[in-house]
Design a protein around this ligand. Structure first.
Ligand code: AMP
Length: 340
């Protein structure tokens, strides 16, 4: 029997519940300090207790995964806690494309892929000297928005950058990526691409609640503190439904992204992914980011989303969708087509 395995964080509950709903075995690689939390859920069949998620590379862990024919579902915690080399050296079959995760972590590769997909991407700046208008400084990797800041001049940038260096969050300019700030309605578009039946499914959209930029927006400008450095640390997500007239462009963007990925990083963007950006005042979507794996924003749709309801007659979470794909691949003897 095949098992679905993942790391105990991010969207592990959704992923393993979905796998269990599809009758698959479930394995959680769990840090010891979170054992109590995850023991509460009966759909977790096996726990591999570790001190650090890096132990997923150790033979002790890989042997158990191998014995259970496990497929590993990568998520944001895997990317945040392991570097590209470590991720690429995972011997357990990884759902989707583990090679594309490098393109998610590196802002410059990321930009290249988004441009190739024909997405409108906010302009990036090569050096702080180019800061002329409202600019966002972002850290590389899946930092979850922590330590990001807004700035409008080089002097202000240097002050805030130095603050982050003192706080130990970055080492210097090289750790920051500067991008034009686009004002509007933020939307995180969740997709699933199946290489088995070559179809793209739009699964849902969500909003992110980020602290403390969200809190700052509730304070009138006169009461705000001029030297305050806000952050974009994600605290949670809530559902969003788009105007129906926006949907055909949503599908077009997703399809172009899948096509571009096939060309730039084989075997392409298989499985779940997310295109993240802002709708401006003209309803134009500016993509500032993508995630090349399941995003935590899908956790709000454990029982299915308004869009998955249009495609499936059973409550279909992204976790369950991946389990369905694994089952189909096993039936068709094509597991190698959906894992790397
Ligand atoms: P990211 O790591 O690129 O997902 O960015 C984290 C958060 O920063 C996003 O959820 C947005 O709130 C904000 N953000 C990032 N880039 C931009 C941008 N170019 N314009 C406006 N907001 C942005």
């Amino acid at each position: 029997m095949t098992a679905i395995a993942t790391l105990g964080s991010h969207c592990a509950l959704q992923v393993l519940k979905g796998a269990k709903d599809e009758g698959l075995k479930t394995i959680l690689v769990c840090e010891k300090n979170r054992e109590k939390l995850y023991r509460r859920f009966s759909f977790i069949d096996t726990m591999i207790l570790v001190d650090s998620f890096l132990e997923i590379l150790d033979p002790k862990c890989t042997r158990i995964l191998e014995k259970n024919n496990a497929v590993l579902i990568p998520h944001g915690t895997l990317i945040a806690q392991m570097n590209t080399k470590q991720i690429e050296s995972i011997t357990t079959p990884v759902f989707g494309n583990k090679w594309i995760l490098k393109w998610e972590s590196d802002r410059h590769l990321k930009e290249k892929l988004m441009h190739r997909a024909g997405l409108d991407v906010p302009e990036s700046l090569r050096t702080p000297d180019e800061i002329k208008k409202l600019t966002i400084a972002k850290r590389h990797g899946a930092a979850g928005g922590k330590g990001y800041f807004l700035t409008t001049s080089k002097n202000d940038y240097i002050k805030k950058r130095n603050h982050l260096i003192r706080a130990g969050l970055i080492k210097g300019d090289r750790d920051l990526y500067l991008q034009e700030y686009v004002m509007g309605v933020l939307a995180y578009l969740q997709y699933f691409y199946s290489p088995l039946n070559e179809t793209l499914e739009f699964f849902g959209a969500d909003k992110r609640h980020e602290s403390d930029i969200e809190g700052l927006a509730r304070i009138p400008a006169q009461q705000q503190f001029p030297d305050y450095i806000s952050s974009f640390n994600v605290i949670g997500n809530s559902p969003m439904v788009l105007r129906e007239s926006l949907l055909s462009e949503v599908y077009d963007m997703g399809e172009r992204f899948v096509e571009a990925s096939k060309k730039l990083v084989k075997p392409g963007m298989n499985g779940p992914f997310c295109i993240e950006g802002t709708y401006d005042q003209n309803g134009k979507f500016w993509a500032f980011e993508f995630s090349a794996r399941i995003v935590a924003g899908t956790n709000i749709y454990m029982d299915g989303s308004p869009y998955s309801t249009l495609l499936y007659d059973v409550p279909m979470s992204m976790g369950r969708r991946m389990a369905c794909e694994v089952k189909l691949a096993i039936k068709q003897k094509k597991l190698d087509k959906i894992t790397t």
